[in-house]
Design a protein around this ligand. Structure first.
Ligand SMILES: [Zn+2]
Length: 143
């Protein structure tokens, strides 16, 4: 039984990962804000915490991205645990999406490749015949 939808827990983890990344980005950018405001930076005085901020920021961005990957692909699907059967289940929303996309593409192609019906007009009676017809279906004249 394959799950077609991503579970609520995984969605929550995804948004939590986004939040962690977001805080990490803010922390990382706050360093540049501090650079533009050197007096405040010196007033805070703590150079160690200042130097740690971008590192913690980058770590948080990485952790947040990791959380989102796990949330989107599942624990097995992202390769944290090796379980091919579970991985297929975890990835089923994605693979069925890909399958749907292929189906859409095929439907699209079918419209464009649908054979156009060509009719041939009889020289004798002007009746429309199929292009592969040898004789007119109306008057029997050779086409
Ligand atoms: Zn004819």
């Amino acid at each position: 039984m394959a799950k077609k939808e991503i579970s609520e827990g995984r969605k929550l983890l995804y948004y939590a990962g986004m939040a962690v990344s977001g805080v990490g980005i803010l922390l990382f950018l706050s360093v540049f804000v501090s650079f533009m405001n050197p007096e405040r930076m010196l007033a805070n005085g703590n150079m160690v915490s200042f130097m740690n901020r971008p590192i913690i920021g980058i770590l948080m961005i990485a952790i947040g991205n990791g959380m989102r990957t796990v949330a989107a692909r599942g624990v097995a699907g992202s390769g944290i645990i090796l379980d091919p059967k579970k991985a297929r289940e975890d990835l089923s929303p994605w693979s069925s999406m890909a399958g749907g996309m292929i189906k859409d593409a095929m439907d699209e192609t079918e419209i464009h490749t649908k054979k156009e019906i060509v009719k041939v007009r009889c020289r004798n009676c002007s009746e429309l015949n199929d292009e592969d017809a040898k004789y007119c279906k109306n008057c029997g004249e050779k086409i």
